[in-house]
Ligand binder design. Structure first.
Ligand SMILES: NC(=O)c1ccc[n+]([C@@H]2O[C@H](COP(=O)([O-])OP(=O)(O)OC[C@H]3O[C@@H](n4cnc5c(N)ncnc54)[C@H](O)[C@@H]3O)[C@@H](O)[C@H]2O)c1
Length: 363
């Protein structure tokens, strides 16, 4: 498609006003590039609550009602439960709106093909937002790796501990659709959170040629089967190897303003290493980025390491893109399919006993 940037503020609607709305709107608040014209959610309570943020916006119980209202919309922020992504996004393109979709894009390749075909058919832009790529300590980590300061990059290690104590309130309704995803074999750790982690690997080191995985399950009853302990290892086309381990610590208290994820990222090079110590939660309270080389450890104390800022900057990037058409979308639809393939390769490997699987060959 030939995208023509908007020479006026983008008229936006927010579709889905649940938990993550609180962070997504940071890109919209006080942003002269956008005017929030509508809010959509079947929950009357949520509509009333969120209306206070945007008194001038109209509210609707469904996207169909908004489309029928005659209100002009250019682009939407789709904050829908994952099981609704495919049909929901196809519907949104049908109304002629560009879509900034939350991750994971969808759960399998057949759905991805349908979503991308719908964007093409309606000549609209699909972006699958990836806020971790806008988290300043990870940005700086990428810069350090590219600078040569660590020597030749050899390895990438991510660690994630899912804890069940602390953090913000997540309503049970936000978990209900996760149970549906679990039934489909798309767990909350490997697939939902994993979407971010695998994205960072592709963003830092490019395409992946082989994935090996060992995905476990811990059952808490009533269908709450969490996909850990799990280990995923891979090799990039440039030779860098990566590994991500996921551990559950249900009784571990983690101080966090958001979800209780204890996360770390570490890049090892031939003469040093660099490590991001935390992201969503406040696990290790040292500088969010530390760089070791030539016998010296340097701490980055002044980075914007509030996880919420990554939503602000990712959303602003999208709105600027709509005004200019310039730069990468982070992610485009096709790039999001690469993330999906990476995750699907991990599932295929694990179910075949940990054999190497090429993401480009998963069907
Ligand atoms: N980027 C991140 O780090 C991050 C973190 C959390 C969630 N998410 C993603 O954000 C999305 C939403 O997650 P959440 O935690 O806010 O879920 P949630 O359940 O809290 O909110 C979803 C909202 O969508 C509404 N909804 C349901 N059907 C709808 C429809 N047909 N039209 C409009 N609204 C509808 C629900 O009433 C609810 O208010 C998911 O895709 C999730 O994966 C991303």
């Amino acid at each position: 498609m030939v995208f023509v940037p908007y020479d006026r503020p983008v008229r936006a609607a927010i579709i889905g006003l649940g938990r993550i709305y609180d962070l997504n709107i940071r890109a919209y608040v006080g942003n002269p590039d956008v005017e929030v014209v509508a809010l959509v959610d079947p929950s009357e309570e949520r509509r009333a609550e969120r209306q206070a943020d945007w008194p001038a916006a109209a509210t609707f119980a469904s996207a169909a009602e908004l489309a029928a209202s005659g209100i002009e919309v250019d682009a939407v922020e789709a904050l829908l439960p994952i099981p609704l992504h495919t049909d929901g996004v196809i519907e949104l393109f049908g109304y002629g709106w560009h879509v900034n979709l939350q991750k994971p894009m969808c759960s399998n390749l057949a759905e991805a093909v349908q979503i991308i075909a719908a964007a093409k058919a309606h000549d609209r832009v699909l972006r699958v937002m990836e806020n971790y790529l806008f988290y300043q300590p990870l940005h700086k980590l990428k810069e350090v790796a590219a600078s040569g300061e660590l020597g030749t990059i050899a390895g990438y290690h991510m660690k994630m501990v899912g804890s069940g104590s602390g953090g913000w309130h997540v309503p049970w309704s936000s978990f209900e659709w996760q149970l549906e995803q679990i039934k489909r074999g798309r767990g909350i750790l490997v697939f939902d959170d994993g979407w971010h982690k695998l994205s960072t690997a592709l963003w830092l080191f490019g395409s992946v040629t082989e994935v090996r995985a060992w995905i476990g399950t811990t059952s808490f009853g009533s269908g709450i089967d969490l996909d850990a302990p799990s280990m995923i290892a891979w090799e990039h086309a440039n030779g860098v190897r990566g590994v991500w381990d996921i551990t559950l610590a249900p009784d571990l208290y983690l101080r966090s303003d958001y979800y209780t994820n204890d996360e770390r990222w570490e890049i090892t090079g031939s003469k040093g290493f660099a490590r991001v110590n935390r992201c969503t939660g406040r696990g290790i309270q040292q500088p969010s980025l530390e760089v070791y080389s030539d016998g010296e450890m340097r701490g980055h104390h002044a980075l914007d390491d509030d996880w919420a800022s990554s939503f602000r900057d990712s959303g602003r990037h999208w709105l600027t893109w709509l005004r200019t058409g310039e730069g990468p979308l982070l992610w485009s639809g096709d790039q999001a399919v690469d993330v999906l393939r990476f995750a699907l390769a991990a599932y295929a490997s694990s179910s075949a006993g940990g054999i190497g699987v090429c993401p480009g060959e998963v069907v």
